[in-house]
Design a protein around this ligand. Structure first.
Ligand code: ADP
Ligand code: MG
Length: 331
């Protein structure tokens, strides 16, 4: 059974960046206003995320890393009106199958923090009382220690670390009122620090650098789109005059979730193709809110491709709006 669980877990937690996404979302779900990330060896040796959220009650610790342990879903109907990132209760369980997982946490109601360790879905030993602030620290060590072929597939710690930074950067733009830091253990020169007072646009500039110097901001809030389920959209995209040599993939958040949407990506590419010179690239950041009833969230956790009703009309509306703005900027 252990082996089966490990294989299943390896499908969900495929890389440090992907584990980070889950743990980061948990911190945000816990309402934390700060998220601090530390990584060593591309996150394979150590990946630690500290938050100042609600914390986890001591009595919930024993089953925390069991599959389907979630505090976020009371009923299946709850799925369509979900406001949290998580709901499957699979992330911590999966992480405990592919690494050494330690959870240090304290709730407002408790005078002390507790530290618990997990292996293969099971808490090992009792929660240990220790000093600590309200909030949670998730420590993931030696990822894939029990899966040598998977471990061997990670060629470069540097690339894995870059992916970690990329995940944090995207959420930092989406959640612009949350403070984020990223540290690389053993490298005091590397640190990213985004404080809570930094605007979305400044964060975009900070993490995407030159890309953001030439951005158009567009907000959509159209009445007629509401009947199709599109409530609002906020989009930052590069002007036609932008001469980006490096291709940065577009970033899409739909109802707060970081997703991929191939039809949307292709639509935007098509529009830009008539404006861009050869060898240059565009960059698009899009957040949109749709009626939860038109969104299919019940997809496999690693498949980020999103589906929603009225996809064609909604995408075409966004693309046309971007096209109009590009045309104005180009004239
Ligand atoms: P899910 O997010 O789908 O519920 P996870 O496996 O990611 O499942 O987490 C399991 C549960 O552990 C969550 O439902 C939540 O109750 C608790 N939890 C995990 N991380 C945190 C955190 N940083 N702060 C507070 N609670 C947490
Ligand atoms: Mg989760």
């Amino acid at each position: 059974e252990k082996v089966v669980n490990r294989i299943a877990a390896g499908e969900i937690v495929v890389s440090p960046a992907n584990a980070l996404k889950e743990v980061l979302e948990n911190a945000l779900d816990a309402g934390s206003a700060v998220v601090n990330v530390v990584a060593a060896e591309g996150g394979l040796k150590l990946l630690q995320v500290s938050d100042a959220g609600t914390g986890i009650a001591k009595e919930d610790l024993p089953i925390l890393a069991q599959r389907f342990t979630t505090s976020k879903l009371d009923s299946f109907e709850g799925l369509s009106s979900l406001s949290t990132y998580g709901f499957r209760g699979e992330a911590l369980a999966s992480i405990s199958h592919v690494s050494r997982l330690t959870v240090t946490t304290r709730t407002q109601q408790s005078n002390v923090a507790y530290r618990a360790q997990y292996r293969d879905g099971v808490m090992t030993g009792d929660p240990e009382p220790i000093a600590g602030r309200v909030g949670t620290t998730i420590t993931i060590e030696d990822m894939f220690y029990n899966n040598r072929s998977r471990l061997a597939a990670f060629r470069s710690h540097r690339d894995e670390f870059a992916k970690i930074v990329e995940v944090v950067a995207r959420y930092a733009i989406k959640c612009a009122t949350v403070a984020f830091t990223v540290k690389k253990q053993g490298d005091p020169h590397f640190t990213i620090s985004l404080n809570a007072s930094m605007s979305k646009l400044n964060r975009l500039k900070n993490v995407f650098g030159a890309v953001a110097n030439d951005l158009i901001e567009m907000r959509l809030q159209s009445e007629d789109m509401a009947t199709l389920g599109l409530r609002s959209a906020l989009c930052y995209f590069t002007k036609p005059s932008y001469h980006g040599k490096k291709s940065v993939p577009p970033v899409f958040f739909i109802n707060g979730r970081l997703v991929q949407c191939d039809p949307l990506r292709r639509g935007l590419n098509n529009i830009y193709s008539s404006f861009l010179q050869k060898g240059t690239h565009s960059f698009v950041y899009l957040e949109m809110e749709v009626d939860p009833a038109i969104l299919d969230v019940n997809i496999h956790p690693t498949k980020r491709e999103v589906r929603f009703l009225n996809e064609e009309e909604i995408i075409s509306h966004i693309c046309t709006s971007v096209l109009n703005q590009l045309a104005v900027a180009d004239s």
